[in-house]
Design a protein around this ligand. Structure first.
Ligand code: HEC
Length: 111
């Protein structure tokens, strides 16, 4: 009889763990939606490198040097990337949700 109670307790524990996993933010987003510096690196290569240079080394002075942006300028970064700035196109309609954060992580990691 004791083993049955133990098994029920175990099952309740498992269900609880499963629900906690399902409710955690990591599980709410599929793995490929999680912003990451690695994803940002790929996005950068596709969308940004042709102006801002490979590995963020600007080919000339016409383009903003992304290596000069500092950790406290995330808001400015996201605004400029989403809405564009003068000669810089707006990316808000092209990038997927989370992509700007991935790019930000890449820019911060690459400095
Ligand atoms: C067509 C060329 C071009 C592409 C592609 C481009 N940029 Fe830019 N970007 C510029 C130029 C030009 C500026 C300088 C704008 C100015 O200050 O007049 C700039 C400026 C910026 C700035 C600084 C904005 C500020 O607040 O001063 C950021 C951040 C930036 N770009 C990020 C990106 C990211 C991230 C991508 C890729 C998604 C990207 N850019 C793609 C041309 C480009």
């Amino acid at each position: 009889m004791k083993w049955m109670a133990r098994r029920a307790a175990l099952r309740a524990l498992c269900t609880g763990a499963w629900m906690a996993a399902a409710l955690s933010p990591a599980a709410a987003q599929p793995a490929d939606m999680q912003p990451s510096a690695e994803k940002g690196r790929q996005l950068y290569g596709s969308f940004c490198a042709r102006c801002h240079g490979l590995n963020m080394v600007t080919p000339g002075s016409a383009f903003f040097d992304l290596r000069t942006i500092t950790a406290d300028q995330q808001e400015r970064f996201e605004r400029s990337v989403n809405q564009g700035l003068r000669a810089m196109p707006a990316w808000g309609g092209i990038l997927k949700p989370g992509d700007v954060q991935s790019l930000w992580l890449y820019v911060m990691a690459g400095r």
